[in-house]
Design a protein around this ligand. Structure first.
Ligand code: RB5
Length: 147
């Protein structure tokens, strides 16, 4: 799967290891930065890069890391076509796919361990949307983009 990833400085270390983890699994990874953990940067810049890549169809899924994952989700969800979920628990990753067809995952680089985040990411990438009654609900989310 083609996966686009990004982080701010607070998520940089985990983002680097997430890239290695995904590549080791055979995923094609596009990394929009940031490029180091020392320089303070603004998370919406990287959320925009990941969100636009997913919305355009250039990547199937996106993964974003910041301190909490919260700001990344807020920013990514401003881009039409993106359904970003901030996830701290593996079961929520499963439900974000099965029920919400989330196409961008945001995780916390400061409060959630690398092991847990990698489990969350594996579930996010490996779980299908259930459709059915959830499909009509997700369609209503998309309708909100039309104002
Ligand atoms: C950066 O200090 C922090 O605010 C950011 O990484 C993120 O947690 C925002 O939601």
């Amino acid at each position: 799967m083609r996966v686009v990833i990004g982080s701010d400085h607070a998520g940089f270390d985990q983002k680097e290891r997430i890239r290695q983890h995904l590549e080791a699994q055979g995923h094609e990874v596009v990394d929009v930065g940031t490029s180091n953990g020392d320089d303070s940067v603004d998370y919406p810049d990287f959320a925009a890069g990941v969100a636009r890549t997913v919305a355009s169809g250039d990547a199937e899924r996106g993964v974003l890391v910041c301190g909490t994952g919260i700001g990344m989700a807020m920013a990514a969800n401003k881009v039409d076509g993106v359904r970003a979920a901030n996830v701290t628990d593996p079961e929520f990753a499963r439900l974000a796919r099965q029920h919400n067809d989330a196409n961008v995952l945001t995780v916390s680089g400061r409060f959630i361990s690398e092991d847990v985040n990698q489990e969350i990411i594996d579930i996010f990438l490996g779980t299908e949307f259930e459709g059915g009654r959830h499909g009509q609900r997700v369609a209503k989310i998309t309708d909100l983009e039309k104002g």
